[in-house]
Design a binder for this molecule. Structure first.
Ligand code: SF4
Length: 368
């Protein structure tokens, strides 16, 4: 084990909130939109009743380990990345109220390569034939995230302000801490399934709003602190309900919602609708599915080969319709339209996008 791992782990395992010796409540930027009661539990020294499982810790560590991978991918794509020293990451602190600080460690700053012809100033070359240095835009904070395939897709489609507002608030606080002003920010995300990455730029005016929302949210916790002092029994109201993901993954679930903690894991089948299915029936269903899959594989392959042959033949004929035996063969042309979500998300604020890109929940079963 290297000291780098230990140092980094120590830096990032700070509690989500704590009181400093000067009467401030200090909140981690990554928890800026977190449940304020959970922050109070952390700051007043409650022991976590539901610490993260080994699997969650592994997922978290894998996410941290992939951050430099995303940074290098950005560099290969032409970005100028200034990443912090992993042994001594830079901490920023932002005061969001008379008795509240938000602190954290930004993933770095980046400068976007400017398209050719958009260099800010004419370049001077000392030597003839010297390669032209790339031109970059202004420095921006980058917030690097890793997401599973579904969350990655959701982020790309909805934009970070709708899919992961906590990450945007975190980036807004880092920007203020890093530059002393609000600038556009970059959210770079890697899909942990396909190992592809993408980015979204959030313009400064929308980041300003995210910052105001986060300050308003945390300001109420600051007011609670002014009113009650660091009293562990003066609990703020719950911000979420028992069936939310925030509560289900909350380290203080058992103390806050003991009933929900008891239900958790012991009553997993309660939400299953419809008929009761035994384990035996589930095993039979998987076997039947696999058999059906195998039985259609060959015919599907034969169908594809035949259609490819016919497509080549129709193209050579130059006709879009032909009769072969008693069948009609048609070469169908269609146009596909795709949306550049990165540009859409950058151009429109979240409310406008919500009227255009809508969400529908559905569920299905995948057997692999
Ligand atoms: S269980 Fe839910 S309401 Fe209670 S502290 Fe945790 S997140 Fe907040």
């Amino acid at each position: 084990m290297t000291t780098e791992t230990i140092d980094r782990a120590e830096v990032f395992s700070r509690p989500s909130a704590q009181f400093d010796g000067d009467g401030n409540i200090e909140v981690r930027a990554s928890a800026a939109l977190g449940c304020r009661r959970a922050l109070w539990y952390a700051a007043t020294g409650y022991e976590p009743t539901n610490p993260p499982s080994d699997d969650s810790l592994t997922a978290m560590e894998a996410g941290n380990a992939l951050e430099p991978v995303v940074a290098r991918a950005m560099e290969r794509a032409g970005w100028k990345v200034d990443a912090p020293d992993p042994q001594d990451p830079k901490q920023v602190a932002v005061r969001v109220g008379p008795n509240m600080l938000v602190t954290g460690h930004p993933d770095g700053t980046v400068r976007m390569p400017l398209p050719e012809g958009e260099a800010a100033a004419p370049q001077v070359f000392l030597f003839e034939g010297e390669p032209e240095a790339p031109a970059y835009g202004d420095s921006m904070v980058v917030e690097i995230k890793t997401r599973g395939p579904e969350a990655f897709k959701r982020w790309r489609t909805l934009g970070a302000e709708r899919s992961h507002p906590g990450a945007v608030a975190q980036a807004a606080l880092y920007t203020l801490g890093e530059f002393g002003e609000i600038r556009p920010v970059v959210i770079a995300t890697m899909d942990t399934g396909s190992r592809t990455w993408d980015y979204e730029v959030i313009p400064a005016d929308r980041l300003e709003r995210a910052l105001q929302d986060a300050c308003g949210w945390l300001g109420e916790l600051g007011a609670h602190h002014v009113q009650n002092g660091p009293d562990p029994d003066a609990l703020p109201e719950r911000d979420f309900t028992a069936n939310s993901w925030q509560c289900r993954s909350c380290p203080f679930l058992a103390v806050c919602l003991p009933g929900a903690a008891e239900d958790d894991g012991t009553d997993e089948g309660a939400e299953t609708e419809g008929k009761e299915v035994t384990d035996e029936e589930a095993r039979d269903a998987v076997a039947a599915y696999a058999e059906a899959q195998d039985s259609i594989k060959e015919p599907e392959k034969a169908k594809r080969t035949a259609l490819d042959t016919l497509k080549a033949w129709m193209r050579r004929q130059g006709d879009s319709k032909a009769t072969v035996g008693d069948r009609t063969v048609t070469l169908v042309s269609s146009t596909r339209y795709s949306v550049n979500h990165r540009r859409l998300n950058e151009a429109l604020d979240p409310e406008t996008r919500a009227g255009i890109v809508t969400e529908n929940e559905s569920e299905y079963v995948r057997v692999s």
